[in-house]
Write a new protein. Structure first.
Length: 266
């Protein structure tokens, strides 16, 4: 195990906690040196996690689930634990798992949070356990083409317990308007911006890879299209809010549909 005692410790001054102040005392505040999500702004980093936890609580309430019913939790694409640290604090009796494609991040998760941690690949077949009562997936669908997003939702549905809930984020109308107006490029070139807006307007889902990339970039999803993608993954929506996560990404929650079978994306 590496020496984590000298990692940066987050200071909560000036942070917004979205009603999750009571959990803060239990939140692990050490940040791994290679955490790419930490940009030197402690308050923002903490708020991102607190806001995610607040949305998860809203989703649980919408699905008529109580916190003490959550026994297994998965942070899918957990990175270095920006949200996972809040999950660990909010569900102290639950078995927490983190999964990510970054091997160094997974090592850090095991060391600092003492959680189950798994390395992801593109197969969507890794053995990361099943019967999760809660799965959080933040800021991953925002980078995937529609067929990959659909396949991933099908995969997450298969990992849920009978009454499990998946909570995830997407880019919606707000981000689409920013790209269309030229306010923000999101790392896309002019051709990519034109492509993603054209697809978004005609099909409800737009995707464009980053320059020099093939299948990873920026995606946009209209709420109406999101409903069909959720349904095709044998899921039933129970919560949706535009610009819910940090006043930027949309957030939705869904549960398994009874006697439903996943379909191909239409």
């Amino acid at each position: 195990m590496s020496d984590t005692n000298h990692w940066h410790v987050l200071e909560p001054a000036n942070a917004k906690f979205h009603g999750e102040e009571a959990v803060l005392a239990e939140v692990e505040r050490r940040v791994a040196p290679d955490d790419g999500m930490y940009k030197g702004h402690d308050a923002y980093y903490l708020e991102v996690g607190a806001n995610a936890l607040h949305l998860i609580r809203l989703a649980l309430e919408a699905g008529d689930r109580s916190t003490d019913q959550i026994e297994r939790v998965l942070d899918y694409a957990c990175g270095w634990g920006r949200v996972l640290r809040w999950l660990r604090a909010a569900f102290p009796s639950a078995r927490i798992a983190g999964a990510d494609a970054n091997k160094k991040a997974i090592v850090a998760m095991k060391e600092i949070f003492d959680v189950d941690a798994f390395i992801l690949d593109k197969s969507l077949e890794e053995d990361i356990g099943r019967d999760f009562d809660l799965i959080w997936m933040g800021s991953l669908a925002t980078h995937l083409p529609p067929e990959q997003f659909q396949a991933l939702l099908v995969r997450l549905c298969s990992l849920l317990s009978a009454r499990g809930i998946v909570v995830a984020t997407t880019h919606g109308p707000y981000v689409a308007n920013r790209i269309a107006s030229g306010e923000k490029t999101y790392g896309l070139d002019a051709a990519g911006m034109s492509k993603i807006i054209g697809e978004y307007e005609t099909t409800g889902f737009g995707f464009s890879p980053y320059p020099q990339a093939k299948a990873y970039g920026i995606s946009l999803c209209k709420p109406s299209k999101l409903l069909s993608i959720i349904a095709n993954a044998a899921l039933h929506p129970i919560f949706y809010q535009e610009r819910a996560w940090m006043r930027h990404q949309d957030c939705f929650a869904a549960e398994k549909r009874v006697n439903a079978t996943a379909l191909e994306l239409k």
